[in-house]
Design a protein around this ligand. Sequence first.
Ligand code: G4P
Length: 525
Amino acid sequence: MTQNEEIARRRTFAIISHPDAGKTTLTEKLLLFGGAIHVAGAVKSNKIKKTATSDWMEIEKQRGISVATSVMGFDYEGYKINILDTPGHQDFAEDTYRTLTAVDSVIIVVDVAKGVEQQTRRLMEVCRMRNTPVIIFVNKLDREGRDPFEILDELESELKISVRPLSWPINIGAKFKGVYNIYEHSLDLFTPDKQRVSERVEIDNLDDPRIDEAVGETDAAKLREDIELIDGVYPEFSTEEYLEGKSAPVFFGSALNTFGVKELLDCFVKIAPAPKPVTAEERVVRPDEPNFSGFVFKIHANMDPNHRSCIAFVKVCSGKFERNAPYRHIRQGKILKFAAPTAFMAQKKSIVDEAWPGDIVGIPDTGNFKIGDTLTQGEELHFKGLPSFSPEMFKYIENTDPMKTKQLEKGIHQLMDEGVAQLFINQFNGRKIIGTVGQLQFEVIQYRLLHEYGAQCRWEPISLYKACWIESDDPEALAQFKRRKHQFMALDNQGRDVFLADSNYVLQMARNDNPAIRFHTSSEY
Ligand code: G4P
């Protein structure tokens, strides 16, 4: 196959949802269709249970499993599909944001009873920032839930994207009878079955009496009415608008019952984008360029505490990645060769000789890589777009074992390079502040520092509202602001200036009083 053919058949995407909407179940069903797994339940352990109590064994187990499930590749009808897993627990949202930079499209799973939930809303914001094409799967139709029209309205208003149903349910909950596939003009009848695909009724069009036979006259009439309404209210589905991230096709089904999943997958492979050009600081890099380039979007460190082993996940952006070829690590200015790059097919890792744009390669590493690093065949490129958002929670980290100061330092820096949390160093008192999305991350850091580095730490409270990256075209204004606010100035892990605002009011005042300064709550500005 030529490079262009390899690119054209690749679909690299992530499934995102609020915990419990059915992401794991849907992933598993897609893998079943791809023949990548043979029984349901194989992916199940792929998440930290969403209980409030943190279970360390579970986290460790998760870290072990998540390397295998970080990327799940499989072939389906000539397409090469790469599903990038995102952590279910909301405290690891930052990890999800970064994974979204490595995908070309996204499937959002929404629970029909719960509608749009908080985490879905936030993840959608990230998709919107990047114009990522989105398909929505409304799940759990076998359970009582909300009216599908109401769900569509909510999707539009809450996710701020126009929607277009491409399938439509016939009743929901106990009376759920099936789904009319608007995209393919077919009717699928629902038979609750966790392993097998449902029954398809051949129909010519919506007026076909076979619909009445299959679902009864009343429901058939309601279906015709609904479809008429949909055609009247929602504009015709446009692949272009979907690809621009302006409109999202919506499918209905039940992942647990493998219902509506094949329709989703069949439509997905047809309309979802193949790998797209990626913007580097220097220029836009097209996937069909001859030279290899890629970037690290995820690092799994210290799988085995006895050997400092990491796996850096590299997304191939252009050219062909080859085993043992010399590649340039741009940040370090070094030439590296990778003898044992791994690809992820199904749930197995295996050494690969080559990979194409859209693929993810796992590179065993001993500390060369940081999140965001670029690899090329020589050209000086820096891929952009790995955002850091202001953390939600902040704590001072203090050493409690002076004999282990070095280990603590090393541990903190490695965990930050891995992207576990964000580090800010207060310029006034030199104290280290760790910022996270949720409480669980503090616990994970403390646990990992002890178990992987033998270092002990304790957390001390600090009351902060946001970390704002600041910049200005007026160096004098910037210097003056930093002098005035020196108690609240910090440097992030990359040495950038950050203003630590302790309340929304303080931030507003700072914005009002310093019009020459731009305050950003994300570092990718
Ligand atoms: P997540 O990864 O988004 O967190 O969700 P997950 O797939 O784990 O699904 C959450 C729960 O919802 C699971 O139940 C799963 O079985 C159930 N579920 C998923 N899809 C459907 C569906 O189409 N219909 C119904 N009725 N339930 C569905 P659980 O009780 O948390 O897990 P388990 O004990 O069943 O494994």
